[in-house]
Design a protein around this ligand. Structure first.
Ligand code: PMT
Length: 222
């Protein structure tokens, strides 16, 4: 078989943003469009993997994967992932998950009354860390979205979260990452790294999928 084949490998992948409700009509969200994750899901499926995609709200049409699970909040994404993690060999966290959620969502629409409004936020579970710490853990690939010092933070996350690989992108105004059609990634694993330069997310996903397959097979097939 080809070095890049993922035939029969069960992949679980998160994509898109989460929405954390403030009241029935408002939420805290972020700028993830889901494009990077959907492209990666398709590229992994193209290599023969059986792909389950857990997606936050996006405007994209569902990619051709084996199962698409739609969620809205970080807690829903967490539940959808944790209930499926025993059945996966490879986990890829592309989603931009809210680190915090409003402590409670108001039952009715929050009214405009006082001059200031303070929101109290509580931590969401870290899905990626929990998956990497589960036993037996799947081969785990994280993303890192940083506005500065990409390599430092990415290598920190690789170590602290005990990941097998991490794909880091610089995000923010006029850069790749969120919302745009193009992105660039620096990919790190325990004893190597590769820079994938700025390109269309579809092509970038194909290159990243091949790199993931190589490392995965080195671990599991060799
Ligand atoms: O969707 P697009 O518009 O195409 O944009 C793509 C992207 C910029 C969203 C994507 O390339 C990307 O970088 N995704 C990760 C975004 C992110 O939330 O990074 P982070 O550094 O905050 O999180 C680190 C890792 O932990 C990520 O793999 C994330 O999925 C995971 N995480 C974070 C928090 C949490 N509660 N649970 C998690 O699993």
């Amino acid at each position: 078989p080809e070095a890049s084949s993922l035939k029969g490998v069960r992949v679980l992948l998160t994509a898109g943003p989460t929405r954390e409700p403030l009241d029935p009509v408002r939420f805290l969200g972020n700028r993830s469009s889901g494009r990077m994750g959907y492209a990666l899901a398709e590229s992994l499926a193209d290599l023969g993997a059986r792909v389950v995609l857990v997606s936050g709200p996006t405007a994209l049409t569902g990619p051709s994967v084996d199962e698409l699970v739609r969620v809205e909040t970080a807690l829903e994404m967490h539940a959808a992932v944790m209930s499926r993690v025993v059945d996966c060999d490879l986990f890829v966290a592309t989603a931009a998950v809210a680190d915090y959620r409003p402590e409670r969502a108001a039952e009715g629409k929050i009214k405009k009354s006082s001059e200031e409004l303070t929101l109290r936020l509580v931590r969401n579970p870290d899905i990626l860390s929990e998956v990497a710490a589960s036993t037996p853990a799947p081969f785990t690939v994280g993303f890192a979205a940083e506005t500065d010092r990409v390599a430092d933070y990415a290598l920190g996350k690789l170590r602290d979260k005990r990941l097998d690989m991490i794909a880091a992108n610089l995000v923010g105004a006029e850069r790749g990452g969120f919302e745009r059609d193009e992105n660039a990634l620096s990919v790190y694993w325990s004893d190597g790294s590769r820079d994938l330069p700025m390109m269309n997310k579809t092509r970038l996903a194909a290159e990243l999928a091949a790199l993931i397959a190589e490392r995965y097979r080195e671990r599991h097939v060799a």
